[in-house]
Write a protein that binds this ligand. Structure first.
Ligand SMILES: Nc1ncnc2c1ncn2[C@@H]1O[C@H](COP(=O)(O)OP(=O)(O)O)[C@@H](O)[C@H]1O
Ligand SMILES: N[C@@H](CCOP(=O)(O)O)C(=O)O
Length: 338
């Protein structure tokens, strides 16, 4: 048996939609999986991992199936269904073009690929809605994993769990969560075909955990209302064709996470304020991608010009960047026979 799992990366929040709104983007993690029980060797947990880095990341990824995030998640799903290891002679070749720790959802994408892998090799037949529950047991915020799993531009929610249920991560999910833990709203939001996403990716890592630690525990009513007003506008603004640049720019403003993350990302405030649709033709809006440090600029044209302006701002802080022109990935995670 041989198959490929393909999972798009994500940009979460898109400004005001902190932990709620996610967008799947056209940069895909691939797992090329073969299971050949006829060949025999002594693999740990029956699994051999190989890793091909296409992301220019410097961090090394563990090839131990108990440690590697993707196979660890797959094992978690399998063990929740009384399967202790992979089927004999499972080989997983990982091809990863998603930069690690940059705010393009590399870990959420790996978690989604891991639950898909567990579901396939264990022949579990779980629905994507149920797979999202497994993702949430690990990732704990739904915006990036829901985008990678379902694809497109999504609004997500998390049901309130009792603290004792949240703590029972080793217990089979069917016991912890008889009902789904979260989901996406009634469907995907529309995305206007003219809008492309420019990802400007600085050459340094901000672990998502660190970027969450700098956020306050409480907010003023004014800041919450500010974000709610814009988050309510955002789906309509980004779904309307032709796009209205002023409406999109306004709808992408945030007071809940970006102002606090400037301590981790030199020049962030200046970059977010450095241009508007009035001063940069083609630009629609600009935000931090996920927990950063990547900047996501939405635009209809003049992509190179927009990227160059943001790269120059980072350069003034001695930070170099790569950039990519991406599009929404509508399909989400897929499995195809190889
Ligand atoms: N393809 C992958 N295989 C294994 N581990 C991965 C993979 N992608 C990401 N990770 C793990 O996730 C970490 C990055 O997660 P995180 O800090 O949440 O940043 P990001 O914004 O990229 O999701 C990496 O340092 C690595 O440990
Ligand atoms: N809503 C989360 C999203 C984190 O996404 P990632 O792509 O950086 O892992 C947050 O903003 O913390």
């Amino acid at each position: 048996m041989s198959f490929v799992i393909r999972t798009p990366c994500s940009s979460a929040n898109i400004g005001p939609g902190f932990d709620v709104i996610g967008l799947a983007l056209s940069l895909h993690l691939e797992l090329h999986v073969t299971i050949d029980p006829k060949s025999s060797s002594d693999l740990p947990l029956n699994c051999q991992i190989t890793y091909e880095d296409q992301s220019k990341s410097t961090e090394s990824i563990s090839l131990d199936p108990e440690v590697n995030l993707i196979t660890r998640v797959a094992l978690y799903v399998l063990r929740c269904h009384n399967q202790r290891a992979f089927p004999a002679e499972t080989k997983v070749h990982i091809i990863n073009p998603i930069p690690l720790g940059r705010g393009l959802g590399s870990s959420g994408t790996a978690v989604v690929a891991g639950v898909m892998l567990g579901n396939e090799v264990g022949r579990l037949g779980l629905s994507k809605e149920r797979l999202l529950d497994y993702c949430l047991m690990i990732e704990r915020h739904p915006d990036n994993v829901a985008a990678s799993l379902f694809g497109g531009f999504v609004g997500t929610y998390l049901n309130e769990l009792k603290p004792e249920d949240v703590a029972r991560i080793e217990i089979p999910l069917s016991e912890v969560l008889p009902a789904p833990a979260g989901g996406i709203d009634t469907g995907k939001f529309n995305w206007a075909k003219e809008i492309k996403a420019i990802a400007i990716i600085p050459d340094f890592v901000v672990p998502t955990a660190n970027a969450r630690d700098v956020l306050p525990k409480t907010y003023t009513r004014a800041d919450v209302v500010f974000n709610l007003q814009r988050a309510a506008l955002l789906p309509a603004a980004l779904g309307s064709s032709p796009p209205d640049p002023d409406m999109i720019f306004l709808a992408m403003q945030d007071k809940v996470h970006q102002p606090y993350r400037k301590t981790l990302i030199p020049g962030l405030t200046e970059i977010l304020q450095s241009m508007t649709p009035a001063t940069q033709p083609g630009l629609l809006g600009i935000c931090l991608s996920g927990a950063g440090p990547t900047i996501l600029a939405l635009a209809t044209d003049r992509f190179t010009e927009i990227a160059d302006r943001i790269i120059a701002r980072f350069a003034s802080n001695n930070i170099s960047c790569q950039w990519k022109l991406l599009e929404p990935a509508q399909s989400g995670a897929t499995v195809t026979p190889n």
